[in-house]
Design a protein around this ligand. Structure first.
Ligand SMILES: Cc1cc2nc3c(=O)[nH]c(=O)nc-3n(C[C@H](O)[C@H](O)[C@H](O)COP(=O)(O)OP(=O)(O)OC[C@H]3O[C@@H](n4cnc5c(N)ncnc54)[C@H](O)[C@@H]3O)c2cc1C
Length: 466
């Protein structure tokens, strides 16, 4: 067994772990970090993603603070036309590889153990050789695995599948061309989240007609309108106006249902079927053209979750449905980010990065690293980094919004932190706001409404939660 000493031991080289490491190394010029990850490459779950995955938020504010992702393009065609580019899955994986090779390792303060399992008590075990390395940790362990991301290619299904059923994760879909004689006659997409959305759009784009598709979506979902999450002065009215509209809805809604209807009315939220009131919200982002494509799928099955796939039928929580001949099931039921109860981010000898601003995992991890480097004492550190409970149903959204607003309010009172946020590329909007010129009186008037509306929103949200 070999041994080494390190200031910080970081478990997980995914987006959160790398965003944390990058900012910590910038802020603490003498700190050393040892990074351990089971994957063979940096980037976490992006290494397992389906080939047609892309970010659903602009690349402009995803990744690590020290290295831009993408070239800052505005897309000119397709479902994201007119908006900031969205990195594809391979681009995200390549980016995190570059982060490791060009940003982190060259500092000379990082050791990276890929294909290695962290077994606790300072034990790193190589998954290939079984060789064990013991690490003495002089400062803290960072457990960046708390979100427990789960994707279709690696998750364990929660329903049974008979041998006669043909099922695959979305990862395998683009390979169907290799067996033209076995081309499915019908596609049934299982799952209501972002992966299912991407899969439906891919199928329709690849030539499937809507009548060849069924969609098992136990719950309908709300989506953030991508128009409202665009950084930069040219998007000020859509983004900052959208944020203000959101704040006004938070300030005046009478319950969660009313809140989402208000958010829809101001263009901040989208849904696929105007006749179905969605009950789920996972912060997925969609554009209006994406929604229009999804509206072409008519056979949406809302009979609860799948319990079993038998040779000729699906058994669902609320009934059964015959399976069309030649059906291929596509498993999009992985949970993506697990909704675990928040825990304190700073604990004795341990940091557990979680989202302190939703939905921004990368920003959150970088911000937590800034706090570790610049704020003394666990209590003060935790005061600035209250973890936001991730919503599942719409009734969870008021609480998440309240913690978001509460954190934002505290951060704005810390001058050094505010400056860091303003300068950080992972923050979406601070630079858009500070770029407003004195002669832009309409924009200034809009900004002046934020503070009183945020106060009213916080008061109303407490009522809604109570
Ligand atoms: C399809 C998809 C699209 C998404 N798009 C966006 C987006 O556009 N914007 C956004 O902000 N978020 C998005 N997300 C959310 C996404 O989960 C985060 O952006 C981020 O990638 C999560 O990173 P992570 O570091 O928390 O987790 P992971 O990527 O899962 O990284 C955790 C790492 O820890 C390692 N690990 C776990 N346990 C151990 C152990 N004991 N020993 C060693 N290693 C261990 C794992 O191997 C893994 O590499 C998306 C998620 C999915 C699934």
């Amino acid at each position: 067994m070999s041994s080494l000493a390190t200031d910080y031991l970081l478990i997980g080289a995914g987006a959160m772990g790398l965003a944390f490491a990058d900012t910590l190394l910038t802020e603490l010029r003498d700190a050393t970090i040892t990074i351990v990850d089971r994957h063979g490459k940096p980037g976490g779950h992006w290494n397992d993603a389906y080939p047609f995955v892309a970010l659903h938020q602009p690349s402009a504010f995803y990744g690590v603070a020290s290295l831009p992702l993408g070239a800052g393009h505005i897309d000119t065609h397709g479902i994201n036309a007119g908006f900031h580019e969205l990195a594809s899955g391979p681009e995200v994986s390549g980016y995190f590889d570059t982060v490791m090779r060009r940003q982190l390792l060259p500092t000379g303060r990082v050791r990276y153990f890929p294909m290695s399992d962290y077994r606790g008590e300072g034990r790193i075990v190589s998954l290939i050789s079984g060789q064990e390395t013991h690490v003495s940790i002089t400062r803290k362990t960072i457990d960046s695995t708390y979100l427990a991301t789960s994707v279709p290619s690696t998750h364990t299904r929660k329903f049974s599948v008979s041998d006669a059923v043909r099922i695959m994760p979305p990862n395998a879909l683009p390979n169907l061309w290799q067996s033209p004689d076995e081309m499915p006659r019908h596609f049934t997409v299982l799952g209501a989240g972002k992966t299912a959305m991407d899969t439906l759009i891919w199928l329709l784009g690849a030539g499937a007609t809507p009548d060849m598709i069924s969609w098992v979506a136990p719950r309908a979902s709300w989506y953030f309108n991508r128009r409202a999450v665009q950084p930069g002065p040219e998007f000020f009215e859509a983004s900052i106006g959208g944020q203000l509209g959101m704040m006004q809805a938070l300030a005046s809604a009478s319950d969660a249902r009313d809140l989402f209807l208000r958010l829809e009315a101001c263009g901040f939220m989208l849904r696929i079927d105007p006749d179905v009131m969605p009950t789920m919200f996972h912060y997925a982002i969609a554009s209006e053209p994406e929604i229009a494509i999804l509206q072409r799928v008519a056979d949406v099955i809302r009979m609860g979750r799948v319990l079993a796939l038998e040779s000729d039928r699906m058994v669902l929580e609320q009934g059964e449905r015959a399976t069309a001949p030649g059906t291929l099931f596509i498993d999009c039921t992985a949970s993506a980010v697990e909704r675990r109860p928040p825990v304190p981010v700073f604990q004795p000898g341990l940091i557990v990065p979680q989202m302190v601003r939703v939905p921004q995992p990368a920003f959150s991890a970088a911000m937590i690293a800034w706090v570790e480097a610049n704020i003394e004492g666990e209590a003060a550190q935790n005061a600035l980094t209250m973890a936001v409970p991730l919503p599942d149903g719409i009734e969870d959204y008021p609480r998440a919004s309240l913690v978001n607003l509460f954190n934002q309010g505290l951060w704005s009172q810390n001058r050094a932190l505010s400056k860091w946020i303003h300068d950080c590329r992972l923050d979406g909007f601070a630079k858009t706001i500070s770029a407003v010129r004195p002669e832009e009186t309409d924009r200034i008037a809009m900004l002046q409404q934020f503070r009183p509306t945020a106060m009213a929103a916080m008061a109303n949200l407490q009522k809604l939660i109570g």
